[in-house]
Design a protein around this ligand. Structure first.
Ligand SMILES: [Fe+2]
Ligand SMILES: [Fe+2]
Length: 168
């Protein structure tokens, strides 16, 4: 599913490679903006009213994330990407929520790698910005999992994610 495997070795990467990876993150943020803009409006039914409102506010947070990541790419001297990852649609509300949750899981996994990679380069302020984004992505995971009536998937691999979430 992901081309990126986390490992200690991959924490040490070049700034060029980091910019490439951040552009993948940016493409995922665009994907999230688009899917939340659309899904928040097309989800129908009394049982989905709350989550539709949440998706609308998530869309705005994803735009903030895109701006932060874009700034980090520019700071690395690279051009921010302009193309979103593909957005899946469905007439089925549960499918839409599931697609969103899968994307959020992938996003959290990637940002956790990115935090390690930025820290390995000694860029603690940049790492902290991504940490703040992850706090919000984890809220999105919880919103979606709750609406689906399932457990929040643990993509964190440890207690750090829970500690991060409490800070939000
Ligand atoms: Fe995001
Ligand atoms: Fe998100």
């Amino acid at each position: 599913m992901t081309e990126l495997k986390s490992s200690a070795d991959e924490s040490e990467i070049s700034r060029d490679r980091l910019a490439e990876l951040l552009n993948e993150d940016l493409a995922r943020e665009y994907q999230a903006i688009i899917s939340y803009v659309v899904y928040s409006q097309v989800l129908k039914g009394a049982q989905y009213m709350d989550i539709a409102d949440q998706l609308e506010s998530n869309a705005k947070q994803e735009l903030d994330h895109a701006l932060i990541i874009s700034r980090q790419i520019d700071y690395l001297g690279k051009m921010p990407a302009v193309t979103p990852k593909p957005v899946r649609t469905s007439k089925n509300a549960e499918d839409m929520l599931r697609y969103d949750l899968e994307n959020e899981n992938e996003t959290v996994r990637n940002y956790r790698d990115r935090i390690r990679q930025r820290e390995a380069l000694g860029e603690y302020a940049m790492a902290e910005q991504i940490r703040q984004i992850v706090v919000q992505e984890q809220d999105h995971q919880i919103d979606l999992a709750t609406a689906l009536g399932i457990e929040v998937p643990d993509v964190s691999g440890g207690p750090q994610a829970r500690a991060l979430h409490k800070r939000g």
